[in-house]
Design a protein around this ligand. Structure first.
Ligand SMILES: Nc1ncnc2c1ncn2[C@@H]1O[C@H](COP(=O)(O)OP(=O)(O)OP(=O)(O)O)[C@@H](O)[C@H]1O
Ligand SMILES: [Mg+2]
Length: 265
């Protein structure tokens, strides 16, 4: 069964009177990758926290398969939705394999024993993210990009149906970044619904079926296909800068670059 997570006209303010999201509509569907893009501080991470239930909107609603998200228990939500935060700092020392096994907690309980099946899932997720060789390393000893791939393995081990990923490739080199987006494409083909925040508009154009562009005023400035959203007018308005759009030489998708102030390009 395909699952759907929907935000209906949600607004949120951390402090009364200063909205960081205003009347945002968004849906995450099984089989589809939706990209959330926009300038720093526009509300992308806040939006993912609202979609996974870490925060509750002050206005509007978040619905999972037509039921309010708040009506699901924490464990039910964790089996359906996995959230990869923008940064994670574990407070204690764990091996890579232990970090990935933590993803199994919705099935075992935090102190529950791992079964053979749980270990098999964890190993598969290490393979899928190309982190098998890091298996026994202390998580804290990894590079930023290695950590990011291990954390992705950990939330995949949760075997959710919907993935909410906050800048999952921000620390990755261009090869690993493309590998992760290819993995997301395969997962979407398997039926996963994926929302991914990224600042890489060119990869977003190549891999996302739909984009939501948030602007500095915390509203959705545009949504639709990459071709509809990634236009010079819309991007320049969202970022408050001169943004140029061409065509990717291999992929044929929009190719985006900011024009430096005073630049003659
Ligand atoms: N816990 C918090 N308390 C108060 N304000 C916050 C909190 N978290 C975020 N904000 C503010 O809310 C706004 C939106 O932040 P958010 O992290 O959602 O932006 P973002 O689009 O993810 O930005 P970036 O691209 O830099 O990650 C910002 O102005 C930020 O300073
Ligand atoms: Mg963010």
């Amino acid at each position: 069964m395909s699952h759907t997570l929907e935000a209906n006209a949600i607004s949120y303010a951390y402090e009364a009177g200063s909205d960081v999201l205003r009347a945002v509509n968004l849906s995450v569907h099984g089989g589809k990758i939706t990209g959330l893009v926009g300038p720093n501080g526009s509300g992308k991470s806040t939006l993912l926290r609202l979609l996974c239930g870490l925060l509750r909107p002050q206005q509007g609603s978040v619905m999972l398969d037509g039921r309010p998200l708040a009506a699901f228990s924490g464990k039910e939500r964790a089996r359906m939705i996995a959230f990869l935060p923008q940064s994670v700092n574990p407070a204690f020392s764990l091996s890579v394999f232990e970090v990935v096994c933590l993803g199994r907690y919705p099935y075992t309980g935090v102190l529950g024993a791992l079964r053979g099946q749980d270990l098999e899932v964890a190993r598969r997720c290490l393979r899928d993210t190309g982190t098998e060789e890091l298996h026994s390393r202390d998580f804290m000893s990894l590079s930023g990009g290695e950590r990011q791939r291990v954390l992705l393995a950990s939330i995949l081990a949760q075997e959710p149906r919907l993935l909410l990923l906050d800048e999952p490739t921000s620390a990755l080199d261009i090869h690993h970044e493309a590998e992760v987006f290819e993995l997301l494409r395969r997962l979407a083909h398997q039926g996963y619904g994926i929302a991914v925040v990224t600042h890489d508009l060119n990869l977003a154009a190549q891999y996302c079926g739909a984009l939501i562009l948030l602007s500095q005023d915390h509203t959705v400035l545009a949504s639709g296909s990459p071709g509809q959203v990634l236009t010079e007018d819309k991007l320049s308005a969202a970022y408050g800068a001169v943004i140029r759009v061409g065509t990717h030489p291999f992929a044929g998708t929009p190719l985006v670059a900011a024009q430096p102030m005073g630049g003659a390009q």
